[in-house]
Design a protein around this ligand. Structure first.
Ligand code: VG1
Ligand code: CO
Length: 543
């Protein structure tokens, strides 16, 4: 193996966001772009000499090419072993599991998750640490610093490695171990859930669909749901991963998974449906004629997780990202569980999970997970739902109603304004920031503002501090508005407005969230001037 040292220079803008570095695929394909970032990862983690890494991605366009580059660079920098999912594929939760199972030093996941794929869409690279979780800010900070002084990288000169068959090959002194990307993950699921009970449910006439959105969960869901749990063939739809996800956004929400939502709202709807995203860490849950908001899903799972064998001993504690609705807090309070509030992004759950402070956690963005891995896990959430439905013998709608009757209902919606002018969006946030001290006591759309602040987080485990994590406006009566700019987009800025209100009045439980939240929605605009700043009169996506 000949090792080449290539002269390069720093490339601007290689700052990892909420979940790794995401850019247009064509940007990643520019000379030195990927290489600079990978070399910066090596530098940010203190080199890869002698280390074992896991490598895989969601199969989007450029996944296969990027994998070859990363392998050559790992070999040139002295890595001992890279464990690669066959075909360079691994879902994000499966990669997290593999890192933990094999005691690897870390891993690289190639994905832009819920962002669309293809040569004209998005690509991404994310580094996960030895606990299987996304690198914490301290590490991504070091990686970013390295990108700013990048002068050369090392890469092996060699033929492409055949990643299509299982087994171990060598690249210079480095072992490349090609493994089945699915079996270890599927085995893990069998240890957590009552597969017998779910199998019985699925053969009792209970009908379900799983929409893989032409992304990575297709093969995982087919193996687990159809092969191991006996669901009929065709239960998993859009099951074949495609490099461009069939032209759609692999984002499981009512906009991008509209055909599935339409099916569930139709007369012939099956009992249960779910969808996952590009890299398999998100989930959307639907029942017949009912969409379960991710925040409600998290609360329902927390209240019922003990019904699954993996959680029969109860939960150590729970956590949610700040913008996620406080439905979870109500469950935690009723059950005497500690409940943590973290900034957006899974990396902030890692320490709490590692320290054994929490078992279950989630985000309003359709991410739920537990201490079984260190990423959110779409298929896991679906299996936990199935386990709970099997055990309680209820429909999704009945389970939700029972949940609200016990804990009250938090109406919730997120409004996204996508690809807006970044300068305008930042100016709007800045204006809001400047008025935070003066908002308490004011009225907006008839509601009284109780308090307003900018969320900051002090990690209770390692004391690290994260500032400027979103602006919160609390309204009297339990309402809340959160404003945040996305850290995963690749064009302009995406403004996210998170809206919440709460009721304990059973007569209101059945209301449509957009209607129930009308006053809060109006208040959000009145307080921040959203329409004026974005030039939009409606959001692009409502979840
Ligand atoms: C979004 C979500 C956040 C999630 C992140 C990664 O981030 O809001 O909750 O953790 O995506 O999810 P942002 O910064 O755009 O709001 V995934 O499935 O794209 O890895
Ligand atoms: Co994802």
């Amino acid at each position: 193996m000949r090792k080449l040292t290539i002269e390069t220079s720093p490339i601007e803008g290689q700052k990892p966001g909420t979940s790794g570095l995401r850019k247009k695929t064509r940007t990643f394909m520019e000379p030195h772009y990927l290489e600079n970032f990978v070399q910066s990862i090596w530098e940010g983690i203190g080199g890869v000499t002698g280390k074992t890494l896991v490598l895989g991605g969601d199969g989007r366009y450029f996944n296969d090419r990027a994998a070859q580059v990363i392998l050559r660079m790992a070999a040139a920098s002295g890595a001992a072993r890279v464990i690669v999912g066959q075909g360079a594929l691994l879902s994000t939760p499966a990669a997290s599991h593999l890192i933990r199972l094999r005691g690897a030093d870390g891993g690289i996941i190639m994905s832009a998750s819920h962002n669309p794929g293809g040569i004209d869409e998005d690509f991404g690279v994310k580094y996960n640490t030895a606990n299987g979780g996304p690198a914490p800010e301290e590490v991504t900070g070091r990686i970013f610093e390295a990108t700013k002084r990048m002068a050369r990288y090392e890469i092996a000169e060699t033929q492409d490695i055949d990643l299509s068959s299982l087994g171990t090959v060598t690249l210079g002194d480095m072992a490349v171990e090609i493994v089945d990307p699915i079996s270890d993950y599927a085995d893990l699921m069998e240890t957590l859930f009552d597969f017998g009970a779910i199998r019985a449910l699925l053969s009792s006439g209970f009908e379900m669909r799983f929409d893989a959105m032409h992304a990575i969960t297709g093969p995982y869901a087919t193996e687990v749901l159809e092969r191991r749990l006996g669901a009929p063939e065709g239960t998993v739809i859009n099951a074949v991963p495609l490099p461009d996800f069939g032209g759609g956004h692999p984002d499981p929400n009512p906009i991008w998974a509209k055909p599935l939502v339409d099916l569930m709202m139709s007369a012939g709807a099956p009992d249960f449906a779910a969808a996952s995203d590009g890299d398999g860490d998100r989930n959307m849950i639907l029942g017949r004629n009912v969409y379960v908001t991710p925040s409600d899903s998290l609360a329902v799972l927390a209240a019922n997780a003990h019904l699954a064998p993996g959680y029969a001993g109860g939960l150590k504690g729970v956590a949610r990202s700040m913008p996620t609705s406080r439905a979870l807090d109500r469950v935690a309070k009723a059950r005497g569980l500690d409940c943590y509030e973290t900034p957006t992004g899974w990396k902030f759950f890692g320490n709490l999970l590692d320290a054994g402070r929490i078992t279950l956690c989630g985000e309003e963005s359709a991410g739920t997970g537990s201490d079984h891995v260190r990423e959110k896990d779409g298929l896991w959430a679906v299996l936990l739902w199935l386990n709970i439905l099997a055990s309680r013998g209820m429909s999704v709608a009945e389970l939700l109603e029972a949940h609200w009757a016990e804990f009250g209902r938090n109406f919730y919606s997120r409004h996204d304004y996508e690809a807006v002018d970044a300068g305008e969006a930042e100016a709007m946030m800045e204006r809001l920031r400047g008025r935070l001290g003066a908002l308490a006591g004011e009225r907006a759309a008839g509601r009284v503002i109780e308090a307003a602040d900018e969320f900051a987080y002090d990690d209770p485990v390692d004391g690290s501090h994260a500032a400027a994590q979103g602006i919160r406006v609390l309204l009297e009566g339990g309402g809340r508005i959160v404003y945040r700019l996305s850290g995963t987009g690749t064009v302009g800025a995406t403004l996210r407005v998170y809206l919440e209100d709460v009721t304990e009045d059973p007569a209101r439980f059945g209301e449509d969230p957009q209607e129930a939240l009308a006053q809060i929605i109006a208040a959000a605009d009145e307080i921040a001037g959203i329409a004026k700043s974005t030039g939009r009169d409606a959001p692009d996506v409502r979840t």
